[in-house]
Design a protein. Structure first.
Length: 508
């Protein structure tokens, strides 16, 4: 970590691999703070542009043994994690994590905790709230009662490029000119731009020690979800949308509907839909007393939508809702081979000599997925993605954060980038629903004659009899899917000309 920040306050950021945390870190650095990031998988932060400017430590908010050393010499601790989609026990997990975090912060004499939670509706008993909102409120209370001065910010819908709320709004509006919608499209909400959320988070670090309370944060517009869709359509130059709300669409059915139309999987869509059933409007704007608003701040809904859409169109989305790991999917590292003693490991290996330079071949490899597709039997990939969504998986629609560049931890359709060695290796780990663990590796090597060799390897570690049956059931299709993929990647690379420096992608 660079040492030019001297004795500036040190901030601990949890959730740095997530949507908000990944954007907060560079804002804190720009404000002059020293930053320490806590991550269960530190390697996932390796390729972030600010990685060399921060201290990265391995740890988990539920594990006091790893959290205690991370809290040492910390002035401000940001709590930006939640167990939203980790299954039926997520409320207990959130409760335990918040308790451990508060206890360790107090023991380390941390000066302040800053928490970003959800805005709750007025007049609704907490026991009647959705599990998601109820848990976020409980976490805020635990931190406020921890004995460490706490700022608990409460936001409703966050509008920013790559946020789950914005992606849901964008895809619903763009894909459905006529919509039969749940009744919650008529519920009033107070959205806030992600830039304002970050401004309040950074500003909260300097609050006086006696401040220990919640703050409602929102933009200047109070609208319905229907209004938001129509405003988005106007800003995106789309025709006026016909929206027909019906009362029988429950949150469960709504989440299936959202999962069908948008890239947001059902596991995330359901808590979002449940939260939208309630009117969530700020009851105060006291945050401005401590973090003053500037001219035209907070941003209007139209400005927030316009900025988010501009970022998407310019491919400058720095973090996405899918930046965080998907709970419930395997995260085991690739087994060491060839002497792996962990059991069966099926492989499918393809090799091609490519009439292209290694640089040209690598550009094709790194650009795989998303709008570029998977270079083989598109229907088979689409069917596999659709089946994954039917069983609650992420499917193919997550796409990519950047159309040309990848970094460790990026989501890539139903894969996650586990390792990348620029110009040489791309390893993807499957996050689709499978009876086992799966990886896909793509290697690029020079052949010594100015051309290159391509090696592709799919690996599958079956789980039980079902896993073995799965591998052999799809094996007949491998020559079409994986064989075609290798052939078409080689063919595409051979057709790629030298890179155009003027057309280099915009850095995220």
């Amino acid at each position: 970590m660079t040492s030019d920040r001297g004795n500036q306050p040190r901030c601990l950021v949890t959730g740095a691999t997530g949507y908000i945390g990944g954007r907060l870190v560079p804002e804190l650095l720009a404000a002059g703070y020293r930053v320490r990031c806590l991550a269960r998988s530190p390697e996932r932060l390796r390729d972030y542009p600010w990685a060399d400017e921060v201290e990265i430590v391995r740890g988990d908010v539920t594990d006091a043994r790893t959290l205690a050393p991370a809290m040492q010499d910390v002035d401000v601790a940001y709590y930006l994690v939640h167990a939203l989609t980790s299954g039926g026990g997520f409320e207990e997990t959130d409760r335990r994590a918040a308790t451990v975090f508060g206890e360790e912060a107090r023991a380390a004499n941390v000066g302040r905790i800053v928490y970003l939670g959800g805005l709750t509706p007025s007049g609704v008993p907490e026991q009647e709230l959705s599990p998601h909102l109820r848990s976020r409120a409980e976490v805020g209370r635990i931190l406020l009662d921890s004995g460490v001065p706490t700022t608990a910010l409460r936001a409703a819908v966050i509008i920013g490029s790559g946020s789950a709320s914005f992606e849901m709004l964008r895809y619903l509006t763009e894909r459905l000119p006529v919509m039969v919608t749940p009744s919650w499209v008529s519920t009033r909400i107070q959205p806030i731009a992600v830039r304002d959320v970050l401004r309040y988070l950074v500003g909260s670090a300097r609050m006086q020690r006696e401040v220990n309370r919640t703050f409602d944060i929102g933009g200047p517009d109070v609208v319905t979800y229907r209004d938001m869709m129509q405003r988005y359509a106007e800003i995106a130059s789309l025709p006026h949308r016909l929206i027909l709300p019906v009362p029988m669409l429950t949150p469960r059915l709504s989440s299936h509907w959202i999962g069908l139309v948008t890239p947001v999987p059902r596991s995330i869509a359901r808590p979002l839909a449940e939260s939208l059933r309630y009117e969530v409007v700020c009851r105060e704007h006291d945050i401005a007393q401590f973090v003053p608003d500037g001219p035209e701040q907070p941003f209007s809904l139209d400005k927030a939508l316009r900025l988010a859409l501009q970022r998407v169109r310019e491919a400058r989305v720095t973090t996405r809702w899918s930046s965080a790991s998907v709970p419930g999917v395997p995260s085991d590292p690739l087994p060491t081979d060839p002497d792996w003693a962990g059991g069966s490991l099926y492989t499918d290996v393809r090799r091609r000599d490519v009439d292209a330079s290694p640089e040209a071949l690598w550009r094709v490899v790194e650009g795989i997925g998303g709008v570029h597709g998977w270079y083989s039997f598109s229907l088979a990939w689409a069917v596999r993605g659709g089946l994954d969504r039917l069983v609650g998986g992420v499917g193919l629609r997550r796409g990519r954060r950047d159309t040309d560049r990848l970094r460790v931890g990026d989501s890539l359709d139903f894969w996650r980038v586990e390792e990348i060695e620029p110009g040489r290796l791309l390893r993807l780990r499957a996050e689709m629903r499978l009876p086992g663990l799966a990886w896909l590796e793509m290697h690029v090597e020079p052949d010594g004659r100015g051309h290159s060799r391509y090696r592709q390897r799919a690996l599958f570690h079956p789980r039980g009899l079902l896993g073995h049956a799965y591998w052999w059931s799809v094996w007949p299709f491998h020559s079409v899917v994986f064989g075609g993929m290798a052939r078409n990647i080689a063919r595409t690379a051979a057709a790629v000309g030298p890179p155009d420096p003027a057309g280099a992608p915009v850095s995220s």
